[in-house]
Design a protein around this ligand. Structure first.
Ligand code: ADP
Length: 363
């Protein structure tokens, strides 16, 4: 059977373990050998005991855990050709020419580059006498399937990324917890949630928790927003609400591109309205903890589909990502998604928000 390497890379997200488990089990079911590549690209570059064969038992009892049990890392070496050459050597040593990469857009960009370079990397290894011509021919094609693990839901081409739903649960649990204490003391709470380029978490958590106001990077508020916001908070109070909740995405900015920070908002509210106002920065609790049922199933379905995609791959099949479209797992070209995602980021950097939202499209 084919040899498949599976690894998690970049920022961790809840549900990654479920995806790893599904890759191992679907792989075994189809008669493949599946290898864990530990600590992401770093393990691929370092080789040795970072690349170990997965067993059925070793993929048990991990679905319910957050994070990634096979480790993740940011890897400088892999950004250099020398590092990728070493990684290619370690893979062919283990006869691995099929990869499932579970990570964010950076990890998938790296995977795409690796695939494009693969032939020339192997030629170089032959020239250096590190692999035989026979090996070169047997390993001539690298198949790659990507799964998007990210709590931010910031990747173009999929309705949901693995981990987003869990992060939303974490946020609304926190808003609920804060709300009871806020209400007791008639306080106003400003909560900062993750999302540097993408306001999905703040927007959806805000909708699901009756927040009074949200700030997201894609929608900088119009001039004079301070007055509108204060009026809104006052209205809520006058209608009998004993608290206010405002959510801010990390990357929120105003029309001039200046950061909107929790302290800034606190200053405005305390000065103008004299409300007792507190700030909570949720931070890494949003990434941690056990994955929701949705993320466990999403990871499982995507992991299984990834193995099927590898089985179907021919030398001419472009690398794909498994994405969620409605309620279906579908395969979409990796290059296209990575490019779209990067175009959204550059539109955001240029403060062209309408273009960013248009490029992001439906998914
Ligand atoms: P994420 O996958 O969560 O977006 P990063 O952007 O940090 O996280 O990427 C994870 C790793 O992927 C990097 O540490 C690096 O090893 C690899 N990588 C990212 N971008 C590239 C690139 N353009 N070329 C080669 N490797 C890359």
């Amino acid at each position: 059977g084919k040899a498949i390497g599976v690894f998690t890379s970049g920022g961790d997200s809840p549900g990654m373990n479920s995806a790893v488990r599904a890759v191992v089990r679907m792989g075994y079911f189809l008669g493949c050998h599946v290898y864990y590549i530990k600590e992401g690209y770093q393990g691929m570059v370092d080789g040795g005991d970072h690349i170990i064969e997965a067993t059925w038992a070793s993929s048990s009892g991990i679905m319910q855990l957050g994070g990634t049990v096979i480790g993740s890392a940011r890897c400088k070496d892999f950004r250099e050709r020398e590092g990728r050459l070493q990684a290619a050597h370690n893979l062919v040593d283990n006869n691995i020419t099929n990869l499932v990469v579970i990570g964010g857009d950076g990890s998938l960009t790296g995977a795409n580059l690796f695939r494009v370079e693969w032939s020339s990397l192997l030629d170089e290894l032959v020239k250096q006498g590190k692999i035989t011509m026979d090996k070169r021919i047997r390993c001539s094609h690298l198949n790659i399937v990507g799964l998007v693990g990210s709590i931010d839901n910031d990747f173009c081409g999929t309705d949901m990324t693995i981990g987003t739903d869990t992060a939303l649960h974490r946020i609304i649990e926190s808003v609920d917890a804060i709300s009871t204490t806020a209400s007791s003391h008639q306080r106003c709470f400003i909560m900062e949630v993750m999302g540097r380029h993408c306001g999905y978490l703040a927007l959806v958590a805000g909708l699901a928790s009756e927040a009074d106001w949200i700030f997201i990077p894609e929608w900088p508020p119009e001039a004079g927003w301070e007055d509108v916001m204060c009026r809104k908070l006052e209205t809520e109070r006058s209608l009998g609400q004993r608290l206010n909740i405002l959510l801010i995405a990390e990357g929120a900015i105003d029309r001039q591109g200046r950061a909107i920070t929790p302290d800034m908002i606190k200053e405005i509210i305390t000065t103008r309205l004299k409300y007792d106002t507190r700030v909570t920065i949720l931070g890494h609790v949003q990434r941690g903890g056990s994955p929701s049922a949705f993320d466990r199933l999403l990871g499982a379905r995507m992991g299984a589909e990834a193995v099927l995609a590898l089985m179907d791959a021919t030398p001419n099949t472009p690398a794909c990502v498994v994405s969620l479209d409605g309620n279906q797992t579908v395969r979409v070209p990796l290059m296209q998604c990575v490019e779209r995602t990067q175009n959204v980021k550059s539109a955001m950097d240029k403060k062209d928000f309408e273009e960013a939202v248009r490029l992001r499209g439906k998914s």
